[in-house]
Design a protein around this ligand. Structure first.
Ligand code: ZN
Length: 145
């Protein structure tokens, strides 16, 4: 397996970070904040690449990003404000952030997940054509061409 260059990887993740299709940089890719479209509106890539439960890994990614951000923020606040630590803020804002941030990060982590996948399993013309012509949201069977 050949890994992409740093530049190619940055392009994939950069597109995901601005909520564009990691494959083509176009869109639209969102139906609404919590729902991706079936296909990229520009290149026709089915965003789950034809696989059920494709985005399960993005939920783990979402939780890791949220947890890391909340922990680092709390650690920085703890160290900088010691000994006048606002424990009440920690008690309520920490759990609130853990509940709210996954929704904020939701579309980003899905597209970052897709970017990871495209980095490790690059898109080719054959697969893209399969996505464009597939009539169902999920199908791993490719029609003979
Ligand atoms: Zn696209």
């Amino acid at each position: 397996m050949e890994l992409p260059s740093v530049r190619q990887a940055l392009r994939l993740f950069g597109r995901a970070a601005i909520l564009r299709c990691p494959n083509c940089g176009g869109g639209p890719v969102l139906k609404h904040w919590l729902k991706l479209r079936v296909r990229c509106g520009n290149c026709g890539l089915r965003l789950e690449r034809g696989e059920h439960d494709y985005f399960v890994g993005s939920l783990m990614l979402n939780y890791v990003i949220t947890g890391t951000l909340v922990l680092v923020t709390m650690a920085v606040l703890l160290v900088t404000m010691w000994p006048e630590v606002p424990w009440g803020l920690f008690q309520y804002a920490g759990p609130a952030a853990m509940l709210v941030l996954p929704f904020v990060f939701f579309p980003f982590t899905k597209l970052i997940w897709l970017a990871f996948d495209l980095m490790l399993r690059p898109m080719n013309e054959e697969e893209l054509e399969w996505h464009r012509t597939a009539d169902s949201e999920w199908s791993t069977e490719r029609t003979a061409s």
